[in-house]
Design a protein around this ligand. Structure first.
Ligand SMILES: [Zn+2]
Length: 341
């Protein structure tokens, strides 16, 4: 697989958290125009576990998916669960030790184990473990997060190259995460230091919107200005359609967000005329498609009224159709950025 394409085009990656985009078959996923997905290392670590995935031939074989698969490092989800005290465990200089609330097993996630797990999952693009914290960090906390992120990135790269033979042996790419919270100079410093280690891509980590929900444009620019042009530039967790366009203008080319699929399930739909709430009572007799300008299976065949009725009655078919629509809307936005339509 030619992964260099990831450095040349725009991609939107839906979240296949546990190796599935919720409510879609892999064929339906392909039909939305999706070419790459991102899976969640932490959730796959807990179930079914990396050894099981490896025995089953890897996540792509399991899904019957021929496109590109990213794995995150597991850090973002784990650290936010630990910092918010939803899960028990602690973050330390060597990674994190934690207990899964479901079956009570104890796990240790280190830079090295994070790489091993991602290799076993069988993704195409790996992400280094980073020290991801909350939004409003003090300068000192942000500096600590950057230093740890750099140390862990170095350890990940070293392990990937020495234990697994790097890209030449595995055919996989390794990307890293730029931290630095709301301090643009720290973002710039972190990016520069990571470039010295050398990665296939640079991902903007931490929170991408401020407390007012505004994209952190200045911090994102500080990263872009300090990394090579011909590389993967992933704005993790971006976001709303207008934020994707803004991030693309800054220089990012990869995006993902849970909003697309989550909003679909709640009946919040993206259309060429703005956001549509299919659960609203005025949809009950509306014979029009969700979006007259959309060519997806949902818009070609069904009325707003029918979808309204199904969603009100929690029919799983509605969740499938609405997810297909929202994802198609996003992939069309990306196709426009690529100049394909
Ligand atoms: Zn549609």
């Amino acid at each position: 697989m030619d992964l260099d394409i990831l450095k040349k085009k725009y991609f939107f990656m839906p979240d296949a958290t546990r190796g599935a985009v919720r409510y879609l078959t892999t064929k339906q996923l392909e039909e939305t125009g999706t070419e790459a997905i991102v899976t969640n290392t932490l959730h796959l670590l807990i179930h079914p576990g990396p050894d099981v995935i490896q025995q089953l031939g890897g996540i792509k074989k399991m899904m019957g998916w021929n496109g590109i698969v990213f794995t995150d490092s597991g850090g973002f989800q784990l650290f936010s669960l630990l910092h918010s005290k939803k899960w028990k465990g602690k973050v330390h200089d060597n990674g994190a030790t934690f207990r899964s609330p479901k079956e009570g097993n104890t796990y240790e996630l280190t830079p090295e184990s994070s790489i091993d797990i991602q290799i076993k999952i069988g993704s195409d693009v790996l992400v280094t473990l980073d020290d991801c914290r909350d939004t409003n960090l003090s300068r000192k906390e942000a500096e600590q997060s950057v230093e740890r992120t750099l140390k862990w990135a170095y350890r990940c790269k070293n392990h990937f190259d020495k234990e697994h033979g790097g890209t030449s042996k595995t055919g996989k790419l390794l990307t890293c995460v730029v931290q630095g919270a709301n301090y643009s100079d720290l973002r710039a410093y972190c990016a520069k230091e990571l470039v010295k280690i050398g990665f296939d891509g640079y991902n903007f980590g931490g929170y991408v919107v401020d407390s007012d929900g505004e994209l952190v444009v200045e911090e994102m620019s500080a990263m872009i200005e300090n990394i090579p042009k011909d590389t993967i530039k992933y704005a993790m967790g971006v976001g709303k359609p207008e934020d994707i366009l803004k991030a693309a203008e800054i220089g990012f080319n990869l995006f993902d967000t849970v909003l697309v699929t989550r909003n679909a399930r709640h009946g919040t739909l993206y259309t060429s005329e703005g956001v549509l709430r299919i659960k609203n009572s005025d949809m009950g007799l509306d014979k029009r498609p969700v979006d007259i300008n959309c060519n997806c299976e949902c818009c070609k065949n069904y009325s707003r009224a029918y979808l309204h009725h199904m969603l009100k009655n929690e029919e799983a078919t509605a969740l499938t159709l609405l997810t297909i629509h929202n994802l198609t809307f996003y992939q069309n936005l990306i196709a426009k950025l690529n100049g394909d339509i």
